[in-house]
Design a protein around this ligand. Sequence first.
Ligand SMILES: Nc1nc2c(ncn2[C@@H]2O[C@H](COP(=O)(O)OP(=O)(O)OP(=O)(O)O)[C@@H](O)[C@H]2O)c(=O)[nH]1
Ligand SMILES: [Mg+2]
Length: 322
Amino acid sequence: MFVDQIIIHAKSGHGGNGVERWRHEKFIAKAGPAGGNGGNGGDVYLESVRDLGLLSKYMGSPEFEAGVGEDGQSGSKHGHNGKDITIKVPVGSIVTDVSRNRSYEFFSEGIKERVFKGGQGGFGNEHFKTSTNRSPQETTAGKGGEQGDLRIELTLVVDVGLIGMPNAGKSSLLNAFTNARSAVGAYPFTTLQPHLGDFYGYVIADIPGLIEGAASGKGLGHTFLRHVTRTKMLLHLVSLEHEDPIKEYYTILNELSSYHKSLVEKEEWIIFTKKDLANQEKIDSIQSFIDTSKKRVFIISVETPEGTKELRDALVQYLRES
Ligand SMILES: Nc1nc2c(ncn2[C@@H]2O[C@H](COP(=O)(O)OP(=O)(O)OP(=O)(O)O)[C@@H](O)[C@H]2O)c(=O)[nH]1
Ligand SMILES: [Mg+2]
């Protein structure tokens, strides 16, 4: 099950107490104060990582607790600080500290925020020694940490959108590259809603229903072009089954540009699909287009599965570098 919202409870560590201790010298029981300070309680951090399945792992045990500070010791020794904890959250999370109404955004990898500070350690009696008070008995207790509910909401940022005519092989590619199980069928409009898949921590979405006229509302039209505007890059799939694949490619490109100019300015790779169904003549017919295209072009088949490894490797590399 995909979990995109969860509340967890977290607590920073209590500070250790300061203590009253005394230096002992021959015949003098209390030669001077020697009680150390308590250690600070551990802090609670949140850190974003690329793992979309993370929240489902927190379902059973939504309690997180940092370590308590150690009490001070004799011989002027301070207690150790409590251990910090770092709770991992998926990239795309917005976390709200419910009772304090504070929010934190984690829209890229490796963002680390302290949400609860550990309690301060108390002072031992040595801390209170002054020129006029050589034998203080005073100590302070460690302070309590902070705690509260953290609501984690995952807003998906779609990294890669798969577009193309119905039947181009979008769902087949999504299923081959990710854990998604989007229905595949030998008829147009098999997919009626975008499906999302996790690709090495990046999100690939299968965007269905683009046809000639989509920008003016034909087919599933506007509904999904809206989703396209939010993707970082596009894989434009064109089936080699078509009589004239290049013409099919430009048909969709025209729809994108008439919907919104920004769509054709996005990084777009052209993926010719179903290579196993194409003869050499068909492949030759698109060669001059490939030679002159300034875009990255791949020819693949998910059946054989020729070319898919090259595409997968190039895509991971591109996403990680950009
Ligand atoms: N031979 C062959 N068939 C393929 C390949 N890729 C997809 N298909 C077939 O093409 C048909 C359409 O594939 P889908 O993945 O459903 O296409 P789609 O682009 O998602 O289609 P819609 O959801 O209708 O927009 C299915 O019958 C697939 O099995 C391929 O590389 N080789
Ligand atoms: Mg589909």
